[in-house]
Design a protein around this ligand. Structure first.
Ligand SMILES: [Mn+2]
Length: 456
Protein backbone atom coordinates (compact mmCIF):
# COMPACT_ATOMS: atom_id res chain seq x y z
CA UNK A 1 0.00 0.00 0.00
CA UNK A 2 2.93 2.32 -0.61
CA UNK A 3 0.97 4.24 -3.23
CA UNK A 4 -1.79 5.19 -0.80
CA UNK A 5 -2.26 8.89 -0.19
CA UNK A 6 -3.99 10.45 2.83
CA UNK A 7 -6.03 13.56 2.08
CA UNK A 8 -7.81 16.11 4.23
CA UNK A 9 -11.01 17.21 2.47
CA UNK A 10 -12.50 20.47 3.71
CA UNK A 11 -15.39 22.24 2.04
CA UNK A 12 -17.79 25.15 2.19
CA UNK A 13 -15.94 27.16 4.80
CA UNK A 14 -17.94 30.33 4.05
CA UNK A 15 -15.58 32.77 5.71
CA UNK A 16 -17.19 36.21 6.23
CA UNK A 17 -17.55 38.77 9.02
CA UNK A 18 -20.89 37.37 10.17
CA UNK A 19 -19.73 33.74 10.13
CA UNK A 20 -16.18 34.30 11.35
CA UNK A 21 -16.56 33.07 14.94
CA UNK A 22 -18.24 29.83 13.92
CA UNK A 23 -16.23 28.93 10.82
CA UNK A 24 -12.83 29.94 12.15
CA UNK A 25 -13.34 27.93 15.33
CA UNK A 26 -14.32 24.91 13.23
CA UNK A 27 -11.69 25.30 10.49
CA UNK A 28 -8.86 25.95 12.98
CA UNK A 29 -9.88 22.77 14.79
CA UNK A 30 -10.00 20.88 11.49
CA UNK A 31 -6.57 22.09 10.36
CA UNK A 32 -5.08 21.00 13.71
CA UNK A 33 -6.77 17.61 13.44
CA UNK A 34 -5.64 17.09 9.82
CA UNK A 35 -2.03 17.91 10.68
CA UNK A 36 -2.21 15.60 13.71
CA UNK A 37 -3.40 12.79 11.44
CA UNK A 38 -0.41 13.32 9.18
CA UNK A 39 -2.30 13.99 5.94
CA UNK A 40 -0.20 14.09 2.76
CA UNK A 41 -2.31 16.71 1.01
CA UNK A 42 -5.21 19.09 1.77
CA UNK A 43 -8.13 19.88 -0.55
CA UNK A 44 -10.68 22.67 -0.09
CA UNK A 45 -13.51 21.88 -2.52
CA UNK A 46 -14.99 25.36 -2.95
CA UNK A 47 -16.78 28.20 -1.13
CA UNK A 48 -13.84 29.16 1.05
CA UNK A 49 -15.54 32.55 1.41
CA UNK A 50 -19.22 33.41 1.79
CA UNK A 51 -19.23 36.50 -0.42
CA UNK A 52 -16.85 39.10 -1.85
CA UNK A 53 -14.58 40.22 0.97
CA UNK A 54 -12.32 43.24 1.17
CA UNK A 55 -8.68 42.54 1.87
CA UNK A 56 -8.76 44.28 5.23
CA UNK A 57 -11.65 42.10 6.47
CA UNK A 58 -10.53 40.02 9.49
CA UNK A 59 -12.11 36.98 7.79
CA UNK A 60 -9.59 37.18 4.92
CA UNK A 61 -6.66 37.13 7.28
CA UNK A 62 -8.13 34.35 9.41
CA UNK A 63 -8.72 32.17 6.33
CA UNK A 64 -5.26 32.89 4.90
CA UNK A 65 -3.68 32.10 8.27
CA UNK A 66 -5.24 28.63 8.33
CA UNK A 67 -4.43 27.92 4.66
CA UNK A 68 -0.86 28.95 5.36
CA UNK A 69 -0.76 26.58 8.37
CA UNK A 70 -1.81 23.78 6.04
CA UNK A 71 0.82 24.80 3.46
CA UNK A 72 3.49 24.52 6.13
CA UNK A 73 2.45 20.90 6.55
CA UNK A 74 1.49 19.62 3.07
CA UNK A 75 0.54 20.65 -0.49
CA UNK A 76 -2.86 22.41 -0.67
CA UNK A 77 -5.41 22.42 -3.49
CA UNK A 78 -8.17 25.06 -3.49
CA UNK A 79 -11.06 24.71 -5.95
CA UNK A 80 -13.19 27.58 -7.27
CA UNK A 81 -16.70 27.34 -5.76
CA UNK A 82 -19.99 29.11 -6.41
CA UNK A 83 -19.32 32.52 -7.98
CA UNK A 84 -21.70 34.38 -5.67
CA UNK A 85 -19.82 33.01 -2.66
CA UNK A 86 -16.37 33.13 -4.15
CA UNK A 87 -16.16 35.76 -6.90
CA UNK A 88 -13.78 34.85 -9.74
CA UNK A 89 -10.32 35.98 -8.68
CA UNK A 90 -11.03 35.64 -4.95
CA UNK A 91 -8.59 32.73 -4.68
CA UNK A 92 -5.73 34.32 -6.64
CA UNK A 93 -4.22 35.71 -3.46
CA UNK A 94 -3.72 32.24 -2.01
CA UNK A 95 -1.32 31.32 -4.81
CA UNK A 96 1.04 33.88 -3.29
CA UNK A 97 1.07 32.35 0.19
CA UNK A 98 4.46 31.11 1.25
CA UNK A 99 5.01 27.90 3.15
CA UNK A 100 6.95 24.69 2.82
CA UNK A 101 4.48 23.57 0.13
CA UNK A 102 2.56 25.35 -2.62
CA UNK A 103 -1.12 26.25 -2.70
CA UNK A 104 -2.56 25.28 -6.06
CA UNK A 105 -5.74 27.11 -7.10
CA UNK A 106 -7.91 25.18 -9.58
CA UNK A 107 -10.16 27.76 -11.21
CA UNK A 108 -10.44 26.17 -14.66
CA UNK A 109 -11.08 22.65 -15.94
CA UNK A 110 -7.84 20.78 -15.55
CA UNK A 111 -5.99 17.78 -14.30
CA UNK A 112 -3.19 18.46 -11.89
CA UNK A 113 -0.45 16.06 -10.89
CA UNK A 114 0.83 16.10 -7.34
CA UNK A 115 4.48 15.17 -7.84
CA UNK A 116 6.67 13.02 -5.58
CA UNK A 117 8.50 16.19 -4.45
CA UNK A 118 5.24 17.83 -3.32
CA UNK A 119 4.96 20.24 -6.28
CA UNK A 120 1.83 20.71 -8.35
CA UNK A 121 1.94 20.30 -12.12
CA UNK A 122 -1.29 21.30 -13.92
CA UNK A 123 -2.25 20.02 -17.38
CA UNK A 124 -1.83 22.65 -20.10
CA UNK A 125 -5.34 22.00 -21.43
CA UNK A 126 -8.34 20.40 -19.73
CA UNK A 127 -6.53 17.06 -19.30
CA UNK A 128 -3.19 15.34 -19.62
CA UNK A 129 -2.58 13.34 -22.75
CA UNK A 130 -0.16 11.47 -20.53
CA UNK A 131 0.38 12.03 -16.82
CA UNK A 132 3.92 13.30 -16.09
CA UNK A 133 6.54 10.84 -14.83
CA UNK A 134 6.99 11.01 -11.05
CA UNK A 135 3.31 11.68 -10.28
CA UNK A 136 2.29 10.83 -6.70
CA UNK A 137 -1.48 11.35 -7.20
CA UNK A 138 -3.58 12.52 -10.14
CA UNK A 139 -6.36 15.08 -9.54
CA UNK A 140 -9.15 15.88 -12.03
CA UNK A 141 -10.61 19.29 -11.18
CA UNK A 142 -14.04 20.51 -12.27
CA UNK A 143 -14.60 23.92 -10.68
CA UNK A 144 -18.04 25.57 -10.69
CA UNK A 145 -19.43 25.69 -14.18
CA UNK A 146 -20.46 29.12 -15.40
CA UNK A 147 -24.00 28.45 -16.66
CA UNK A 148 -24.12 31.90 -18.27
CA UNK A 149 -21.46 30.82 -20.77
CA UNK A 150 -23.40 27.65 -21.56
CA UNK A 151 -26.63 29.67 -21.83
CA UNK A 152 -24.98 32.01 -24.32
CA UNK A 153 -24.09 28.99 -26.46
CA UNK A 154 -27.27 26.88 -26.29
CA UNK A 155 -29.98 29.26 -25.02
CA UNK A 156 -31.21 29.90 -21.49
CA UNK A 157 -33.94 27.25 -21.36
CA UNK A 158 -31.68 24.45 -22.52
CA UNK A 159 -28.67 25.62 -20.51
CA UNK A 160 -29.45 23.82 -17.26
CA UNK A 161 -29.82 20.38 -18.82
CA UNK A 162 -27.03 21.01 -21.31
CA UNK A 163 -24.62 21.65 -18.44
CA UNK A 164 -25.36 18.18 -17.07
CA UNK A 165 -24.92 16.53 -20.46
CA UNK A 166 -21.67 18.34 -21.18
CA UNK A 167 -20.30 17.50 -17.73
CA UNK A 168 -21.10 13.82 -18.24
CA UNK A 169 -19.11 13.87 -21.48
CA UNK A 170 -16.31 15.84 -19.85
CA UNK A 171 -16.02 13.46 -16.89
CA UNK A 172 -15.89 10.50 -19.27
CA UNK A 173 -13.02 12.28 -20.98
CA UNK A 174 -11.00 11.97 -17.78
CA UNK A 175 -11.47 8.20 -17.63
CA UNK A 176 -8.59 7.15 -19.95
CA UNK A 177 -6.00 9.13 -17.98
CA UNK A 178 -7.41 7.87 -14.67
CA UNK A 179 -7.42 4.26 -15.85
CA UNK A 180 -3.84 4.58 -17.09
CA UNK A 181 -2.80 6.10 -13.74
CA UNK A 182 -4.49 3.30 -11.80
CA UNK A 183 -2.71 0.72 -13.95
CA UNK A 184 0.54 2.49 -13.09
CA UNK A 185 -0.27 2.33 -9.35
CA UNK A 186 -1.19 6.01 -8.95
CA UNK A 187 -4.20 7.12 -6.82
CA UNK A 188 -6.81 9.10 -8.80
CA UNK A 189 -8.95 11.81 -7.26
CA UNK A 190 -11.78 13.96 -8.66
CA UNK A 191 -12.59 17.34 -7.09
CA UNK A 192 -15.70 19.35 -7.92
CA UNK A 193 -18.33 21.76 -6.66
CA UNK A 194 -21.98 21.22 -7.58
CA UNK A 195 -25.19 19.31 -6.96
CA UNK A 196 -25.58 15.57 -7.41
CA UNK A 197 -29.05 14.50 -8.54
CA UNK A 198 -30.83 12.93 -5.56
CA UNK A 199 -28.52 14.26 -2.86
CA UNK A 200 -30.03 15.67 0.35
CA UNK A 201 -29.52 19.23 1.57
CA UNK A 202 -28.55 20.15 5.13
CA UNK A 203 -32.25 20.78 5.79
CA UNK A 204 -33.19 17.26 4.69
CA UNK A 205 -34.58 18.26 1.28
CA UNK A 206 -33.83 15.81 -1.57
CA UNK A 207 -32.51 17.53 -4.70
CA UNK A 208 -34.39 15.92 -7.57
CA UNK A 209 -34.36 18.03 -10.71
CA UNK A 210 -32.89 17.88 -14.18
CA UNK A 211 -30.90 21.09 -13.79
CA UNK A 212 -28.29 19.61 -11.44
CA UNK A 213 -24.69 19.33 -12.51
CA UNK A 214 -24.01 15.70 -11.71
CA UNK A 215 -25.39 12.24 -11.30
CA UNK A 216 -23.51 9.60 -9.32
CA UNK A 217 -23.22 7.78 -12.67
CA UNK A 218 -21.51 10.73 -14.38
CA UNK A 219 -19.06 11.09 -11.47
CA UNK A 220 -18.23 7.37 -11.37
CA UNK A 221 -17.84 7.67 -15.16
CA UNK A 222 -14.66 9.68 -14.61
CA UNK A 223 -13.03 6.50 -13.24
CA UNK A 224 -11.52 8.49 -10.35
CA UNK A 225 -11.11 6.28 -7.29
CA UNK A 226 -12.31 9.04 -4.94
CA UNK A 227 -14.49 12.00 -5.83
CA UNK A 228 -14.32 14.92 -3.38
CA UNK A 229 -17.32 17.23 -3.61
CA UNK A 230 -18.35 20.62 -2.30
CA UNK A 231 -21.51 22.73 -2.51
CA UNK A 232 -24.04 20.71 -0.52
CA UNK A 233 -23.56 21.43 3.18
CA UNK A 234 -24.64 18.02 4.45
CA UNK A 235 -22.04 15.26 4.52
CA UNK A 236 -23.09 12.23 2.42
CA UNK A 237 -21.44 9.63 0.24
CA UNK A 238 -21.94 7.00 -2.45
CA UNK A 239 -19.96 3.83 -3.15
CA UNK A 240 -19.62 1.66 -6.24
CA UNK A 241 -17.15 -1.18 -6.63
CA UNK A 242 -14.57 0.33 -4.30
CA UNK A 243 -14.89 3.87 -5.71
CA UNK A 244 -16.35 6.55 -3.52
CA UNK A 245 -18.00 9.95 -3.94
CA UNK A 246 -18.49 12.17 -0.88
CA UNK A 247 -19.53 15.64 0.14
CA UNK A 248 -17.50 16.76 3.14
CA UNK A 249 -20.35 19.10 4.10
CA UNK A 250 -19.81 22.59 5.49
CA UNK A 251 -17.13 23.01 8.12
CA UNK A 252 -19.49 24.81 10.53
CA UNK A 253 -23.21 25.11 11.16
CA UNK A 254 -24.33 28.19 9.26
CA UNK A 255 -28.12 28.00 9.58
CA UNK A 256 -30.81 26.91 11.99
CA UNK A 257 -32.25 23.50 11.27
CA UNK A 258 -29.12 21.99 9.69
CA UNK A 259 -29.09 18.29 10.42
CA UNK A 260 -26.22 15.98 11.30
CA UNK A 261 -22.59 16.43 12.30
CA UNK A 262 -20.35 19.06 10.72
CA UNK A 263 -16.76 18.24 9.94
CA UNK A 264 -14.15 17.32 7.37
CA UNK A 265 -13.06 14.05 5.78
CA UNK A 266 -9.76 12.23 6.09
CA UNK A 267 -9.47 10.11 2.94
CA UNK A 268 -7.16 7.17 2.33
CA UNK A 269 -6.98 6.74 -1.43
CA UNK A 270 -5.07 3.90 -3.02
CA UNK A 271 -4.95 3.10 -6.76
CA UNK A 272 -7.78 0.55 -6.36
CA UNK A 273 -9.53 1.50 -3.15
CA UNK A 274 -10.84 4.53 -1.31
CA UNK A 275 -12.31 5.21 2.11
CA UNK A 276 -12.73 8.11 4.47
CA UNK A 277 -13.47 9.04 8.05
CA UNK A 278 -15.64 12.01 9.05
CA UNK A 279 -13.94 14.07 11.74
CA UNK A 280 -16.56 16.20 13.49
CA UNK A 281 -15.80 19.86 14.19
CA UNK A 282 -17.06 21.72 17.27
CA UNK A 283 -19.90 23.32 15.30
CA UNK A 284 -22.47 25.23 17.29
CA UNK A 285 -25.62 23.50 18.44
CA UNK A 286 -28.88 24.98 17.22
CA UNK A 287 -32.36 24.38 18.57
CA UNK A 288 -35.51 25.43 16.79
CA UNK A 289 -38.79 25.88 18.63
CA UNK A 290 -41.86 26.68 16.56
CA UNK A 291 -45.36 27.49 17.82
CA UNK A 292 -48.26 27.25 15.40
CA UNK A 293 -49.92 30.11 17.27
CA UNK A 294 -48.86 32.31 20.17
CA UNK A 295 -45.85 31.16 22.23
CA UNK A 296 -46.88 29.04 25.20
CA UNK A 297 -44.49 29.89 28.05
CA UNK A 298 -45.22 26.76 30.07
CA UNK A 299 -44.55 24.56 27.06
CA UNK A 300 -41.40 26.56 26.33
CA UNK A 301 -40.18 25.97 29.88
CA UNK A 302 -40.62 22.21 29.44
CA UNK A 303 -38.87 22.26 26.04
CA UNK A 304 -35.98 24.27 27.48
CA UNK A 305 -35.52 21.69 30.24
CA UNK A 306 -35.80 18.71 27.89
CA UNK A 307 -33.38 20.08 25.26
CA UNK A 308 -30.40 21.41 27.20
CA UNK A 309 -30.38 24.94 25.87
CA UNK A 310 -27.19 25.85 27.74
CA UNK A 311 -24.67 27.13 25.20
CA UNK A 312 -26.97 26.43 22.26
CA UNK A 313 -28.24 28.83 19.61
CA UNK A 314 -32.00 28.88 20.01
CA UNK A 315 -34.59 30.24 17.62
CA UNK A 316 -38.20 30.63 18.70
CA UNK A 317 -40.87 31.24 16.06
CA UNK A 318 -44.56 31.91 16.45
CA UNK A 319 -47.56 33.17 14.56
CA UNK A 320 -49.74 35.85 16.13
CA UNK A 321 -53.01 37.36 14.92
CA UNK A 322 -52.54 41.10 14.42
CA UNK A 323 -54.71 42.05 17.41
CA UNK A 324 -52.58 39.86 19.74
CA UNK A 325 -49.18 40.82 18.41
CA UNK A 326 -48.27 42.91 21.45
CA UNK A 327 -49.29 40.15 23.83
CA UNK A 328 -46.01 38.24 23.34
CA UNK A 329 -43.77 38.56 26.40
CA UNK A 330 -40.34 38.62 24.78
CA UNK A 331 -38.44 39.17 28.00
CA UNK A 332 -40.16 36.17 29.61
CA UNK A 333 -39.04 34.02 26.67
CA UNK A 334 -35.51 35.38 26.98
CA UNK A 335 -35.52 34.59 30.70
CA UNK A 336 -36.61 30.99 30.16
CA UNK A 337 -33.79 30.51 27.62
CA UNK A 338 -31.25 32.48 29.66
CA UNK A 339 -28.53 29.81 29.47
CA UNK A 340 -28.51 29.82 25.65
CA UNK A 341 -25.58 31.35 23.75
CA UNK A 342 -28.03 33.25 21.56
CA UNK A 343 -31.80 33.61 21.48
CA UNK A 344 -33.48 34.66 18.26
CA UNK A 345 -37.14 35.62 18.41
CA UNK A 346 -39.17 35.60 15.22
CA UNK A 347 -42.85 36.32 15.38
CA UNK A 348 -44.95 36.60 12.26
CA UNK A 349 -48.23 38.46 12.25
CA UNK A 350 -51.41 37.41 10.49
CA UNK A 351 -53.04 40.61 9.23
CA UNK A 352 -56.64 41.22 10.37
CA UNK A 353 -57.96 41.00 6.83
CA UNK A 354 -56.77 37.42 6.62
CA UNK A 355 -58.03 36.31 9.99
CA UNK A 356 -61.54 37.36 8.91
CA UNK A 357 -61.39 35.02 5.93
CA UNK A 358 -60.39 32.13 8.13
CA UNK A 359 -58.52 29.31 6.48
CA UNK A 360 -57.22 31.21 3.44
CA UNK A 361 -53.72 31.58 4.82
CA UNK A 362 -53.52 27.81 5.27
CA UNK A 363 -54.18 27.11 1.59
CA UNK A 364 -51.04 26.49 -0.42
CA UNK A 365 -52.22 27.45 -3.91
CA UNK A 366 -53.90 30.57 -5.23
CA UNK A 367 -56.70 28.41 -6.62
CA UNK A 368 -57.37 26.89 -3.19
CA UNK A 369 -57.35 30.37 -1.63
CA UNK A 370 -59.93 31.58 -4.17
CA UNK A 371 -62.11 28.53 -3.54
CA UNK A 372 -61.99 29.15 0.23
CA UNK A 373 -62.75 32.85 -0.22
CA UNK A 374 -65.66 32.05 -2.55
CA UNK A 375 -67.15 29.64 0.00
CA UNK A 376 -66.84 32.16 2.82
CA UNK A 377 -68.35 35.00 0.80
CA UNK A 378 -70.98 32.84 -0.90
CA UNK A 379 -69.76 33.40 -4.44
CA UNK A 380 -69.54 30.82 -7.24
CA UNK A 381 -65.86 29.93 -7.58
CA UNK A 382 -65.98 28.44 -11.13
CA UNK A 383 -65.77 31.68 -13.18
CA UNK A 384 -62.97 32.99 -10.98
CA UNK A 385 -61.00 29.75 -11.24
CA UNK A 386 -61.46 29.77 -15.02
CA UNK A 387 -60.04 33.31 -15.13
CA UNK A 388 -57.12 32.25 -12.93
CA UNK A 389 -56.37 29.29 -15.17
CA UNK A 390 -56.48 31.54 -18.24
CA UNK A 391 -54.05 33.96 -16.57
CA UNK A 392 -51.68 31.13 -15.71
CA UNK A 393 -51.73 29.30 -19.01
CA UNK A 394 -52.48 31.81 -21.79
CA UNK A 395 -50.91 34.89 -23.29
CA UNK A 396 -52.62 38.23 -22.54
CA UNK A 397 -53.39 38.76 -26.26
CA UNK A 398 -55.18 35.40 -26.43
CA UNK A 399 -57.29 36.14 -23.35
CA UNK A 400 -58.20 39.57 -24.65
CA UNK A 401 -59.23 38.30 -28.08
CA UNK A 402 -61.40 35.57 -26.55
CA UNK A 403 -63.23 38.13 -24.41
CA UNK A 404 -63.72 40.34 -27.44
CA UNK A 405 -65.03 37.42 -29.43
CA UNK A 406 -67.56 36.49 -26.76
CA UNK A 407 -68.64 40.08 -26.47
CA UNK A 408 -69.22 40.41 -30.16
CA UNK A 409 -70.87 37.00 -30.52
CA UNK A 410 -73.30 37.81 -27.74
CA UNK A 411 -73.74 41.23 -29.32
CA UNK A 412 -72.95 42.61 -25.96
CA UNK A 413 -70.73 45.60 -25.49
CA UNK A 414 -67.55 46.09 -23.59
CA UNK A 415 -68.58 47.84 -20.41
CA UNK A 416 -67.10 51.23 -19.84
CA UNK A 417 -66.62 51.77 -23.56
CA UNK A 418 -69.81 51.24 -25.47
CA UNK A 419 -72.04 52.54 -22.72
CA UNK A 420 -70.02 55.68 -22.26
CA UNK A 421 -72.68 58.04 -23.57
CA UNK A 422 -75.77 56.32 -22.27
CA UNK A 423 -74.93 55.15 -18.80
CA UNK A 424 -74.98 57.90 -16.19
CA UNK A 425 -73.00 55.96 -13.57
CA UNK A 426 -69.53 57.36 -12.85
CA UNK A 427 -66.59 55.37 -14.16
CA UNK A 428 -62.98 56.02 -14.99
CA UNK A 429 -62.45 57.72 -18.34
CA UNK A 430 -62.06 55.17 -21.15
CA UNK A 431 -58.73 55.03 -22.88
CA UNK A 432 -58.38 56.29 -26.41
CA UNK A 433 -57.89 52.79 -27.70
CA UNK A 434 -61.16 51.58 -26.20
CA UNK A 435 -63.08 54.49 -27.66
CA UNK A 436 -61.72 53.91 -31.08
CA UNK A 437 -62.53 50.24 -30.93
CA UNK A 438 -66.07 50.67 -29.65
CA UNK A 439 -66.99 53.30 -32.18
CA UNK A 440 -66.07 50.94 -34.98
CA UNK A 441 -67.57 47.69 -33.79
CA UNK A 442 -70.38 48.25 -31.32
CA UNK A 443 -73.85 49.54 -31.59
CA UNK A 444 -74.45 52.05 -28.76
CA UNK A 445 -78.25 51.41 -28.81
CA UNK A 446 -77.87 47.72 -28.02
CA UNK A 447 -75.03 48.48 -25.73
CA UNK A 448 -77.01 50.23 -23.03
CA UNK A 449 -79.40 47.37 -22.45
CA UNK A 450 -76.74 44.74 -21.91
CA UNK A 451 -74.51 46.85 -19.77
CA UNK A 452 -76.92 46.78 -16.83
CA UNK A 453 -76.88 43.06 -16.56
CA UNK A 454 -73.24 42.72 -17.28
CA UNK A 455 -71.41 40.85 -14.60
CA UNK A 456 -67.87 41.31 -15.84
MN1 LIG B 1 -21.44 26.39 -0.01
Amino acid sequence: MKAMIRLAHFSDLHYASATLTEVDRCFSFAVDAAIARGVDCAVISGDSTDHALEVHAPAVEALARNVRRLAEHCPVLMLQGTFSHEPPGALNLFRLLGGRFRVHVADRLQQVALMEDGCWRPSPGWRFEQAPAGVRALFSCVPTVNKAIVAAAVGATEAAEAVGEQLTALLQGYAPANEAARAAGVPTIGVSHGTVYGCVTEHGVPMAGFDHEFTTGSLFGSAAQAFLLGHIHKHQSWEQGGRMIAYAGSIGRLHYGEQGDKGFLVWDVAPESAGFELVATPARRTIEITFDGMPDLEQLRQLAQANDVAGAFVRVRWVAPEEDRHGVDRSAIQAILGAAAEVKLEGSVIPVVRTRAAGISQQASVAAKIATWARLTDVRPEPLLACLEALQTRAPEGIASTIMKWAIEAQSPIPGAAGADADPRPRPPPTQKTCRYSSKRLDPQKAHATLKGCSL
